[in-house]
Structures are given as structure tokens and as C-alpha cells.
Design a protein around this ligand. Structure first.
Ligand code: ADP
Ligand code: ADP
Length: 226
């Protein structure tokens, strides 16, 4: 049984634009899958559908063995990391990471140990009292990662999380994300238009074109490079 299964999903927007055209895909537990393709090929639509932020026009989405497209987003055991970080500006780093846990009723002790632990892994231990505005771009991205990690979700969804960083930091964060995902073993779907990013991160990648799968395979198979 795959960790995530997209079964013939379709998405037509109200204006009649068909963004995803009958796409099927199965993702293995612990796999790092990258959706790559030019702007407008449907990457975000697919990711947002998995997250429950878009309603499908047809098809089904299963996580582990349950059908999830009927569940409200909060009931899906998913954490999403966005390009713009989506941090709460008025909250400290600590509270940004703790927020989702607090909402889910974890005890203060439990929250503290999860946040402290994630902060250590992400080299944020010295920054817990800062506001997002007092952090570098890379540190903000790490907070967004931390917020996703502490919930120990079944699935990480990444929506072009590195696009706002400069080239050097982007390369650095790529390695960090890959390492972190390996350590945690969390099944991940990562969206990008950047081939180098796709190649570096992916166990397997899906090349999309106009809402359809053009190619699917390991980076080696797809790009014919080691
Ligand atoms: P990508 O993430 O690959 O850039 P998207 O999934 O954002 O692609 O968009 C896929 C296609 O659907 C694009 O042609 C885009 O213009 C269109 N689209 C996205 N959102 C909407 C919407 N709310 N209404 C109509 N068309 C949309
Ligand atoms: P509120 O403003 O909602 O009362 P607090 O500032 O008291 O929130 O923080 C909520 C919880 O998070 C408290 O248990 C506090 O001890 C803990 N906390 C906040 N910041 C940190 C930090 N930098 N390191 C460790 N624990 C923290």
C-alpha cells in the first residue's frame, strides 16, 4: 500500500481551465517525490489538492489506506511548507513552531520537548525568542520546516519553499531538507520549477506538462545524468 495515492485526479477551474487532466500516481512510504515542470503545468494545483485546499473535479486521493478528499484539511495528517514561509509575524520563533501543537491539545511539556528538539536539529536554539522579522531568509525557512516537523505528520508537502532564497542559500537549504527528510523518514512531495533542485532532492521525479505526466523516474532515468 502506497503512502499516498492519486487516482485519476482532474481539476477544472470554474473558468473552464483544465489544470490537471486525469493524473494517477503512487508514492511509497518514506519516498521523496518531486513534481517538476514549467510555470502553469499544474504543480501547485496537485499539491493543494493533496492538502485539501482545492476541490477535485474528478478522481480520488488516498493517504495510507484512507480516502482523504472527503476530509477537512485539519483532519489530514499533512504539513505544508510554503514559498513565503507563512509565519505569524507577531509571534516568536518558539510560538510559531508551537502553535499547531497547542491547537491540537498537546501538553505544554510535550510541546516544549518537541519544539526544543526541532530547534536543535534546525540550528534555531538561539533564536527561539526572536520574531520572524529578526531572522534571515534561511532561518525563516527553517522555522517553517520546524513548524511542519514538530507535528510529526504522515506527509510533508513543499510548495517551492526555496524560491525566495539566494543561490548559495538555496543550495545549502536543499541539502538540509534532504538530510532532514532522510533522518525523519517522512514521505514528501516537493514542487519546483528548478531542475537542479529536482535532481538533487528527488528519489523519484515526475515531469509535468500541461496537467499531465510527461515523464516519471529517478533523476538518473529522467535526466540521463548520474
Ligand atoms: P504551477 O504550479 O505548475 O505553476 P498551477 O497549478 O498554479 O501551475 O496552475 C495550473 C494552471 O491552472 C495554470 O494555467 C493556471 O493559470 C491555472 N489556474 C491556477 N489557479 C487557477 C484558478 N483559481 N482559476 C483558473 N485557473 C487557474
Ligand atoms: P502566552 O503569551 O501565550 O502566555 P508564553 O510567552 O507564556 O505565551 O509562552 C507559552 C509557553 O511557551 C510557555 O510555557 C513558555 O514557557 C514557553 N516558551 C515561550 N518561549 C519560549 C522559549 N524561548 N523557550 C522555551 N519555552 C518558551
Amino acid at each position: 500500500m502506497g503512502a499516498l495515492k492519486l487516482n485519476n485526479i482532474e481539476k477544472t477551474y470554474p473558468n473552464g481551465h483544465q489544470a490537471v487532466k486525469g493524473l494517477s500516481l503512487e508514492i511509497e512510504p518514506g519516498e521523496f517525490l518531486v513534481l517538476v515542470g514549467p510555470s502553469g503545468c499544474g504543480k501547485s494545483t496537485i499539491l493543494r489538492s493533496i492538502a485539501g485546499l482545492e476541490e477535485l473535479s474528478a478522481g480520488e486521493i488516498h493517504i495510507a489506506d484512507s480516502r482523504v478528499d472527503d476530509l477537512v484539511p485539519a483532519k489530514r495528517d499533512i504539513a505544508m511548507v510554503f514559498q513565503n514561509y507563512a509565519l505569524y509575524p507577531h509571534m516568536s520563533v518558539y510560538k510559531n513552531m508551537a502553535y499547531g501543537l497547542k491547537n491540537r491539545g498537546y501538553s505544554a511539556e510535550d510541546i516544549d520537548s518537541k519544539v526544543t528538539n526541532a530547534a536543535k536539529m534546525l540550528q534555531l536554539s538561539d533564536y527561539l525568542d526572536r520574531k520572524p522579522s529578526q531572522l534571515s531568509g534561511g532561518q525563516r525557512q527553517r522555522v517553517a520546516m520546524g513548524r511542519a516537523m514538530v507535528r510529526n505528520p504522515k506527509l510533508f508537502l513543499f510548495d517551492e519553499p526555496l524560491s525566495n532564497l539566494d543561490a548559495r542559500l538555496r543550495a545549502e537549504m536543499r541539502l538540509e531538507i534532504k538530510q532532514l527528510q532522510r533522518n525523519l523518514g517522512t514521505t514528501s512531495v516537493f514542487v519546483t520549477h528548478d531542475q537542479v533542485e529536482a535532481m538533487t532532492l528527488a528519489d523519484r521525479l515526475v515531469v509535468l506538462n500541461k496537467g499531465e505526466i510527461q515523464q516519471i523516474g529517478t533523476p538518473k532515468e529522467v535526466y540521463h545524468r548520474p
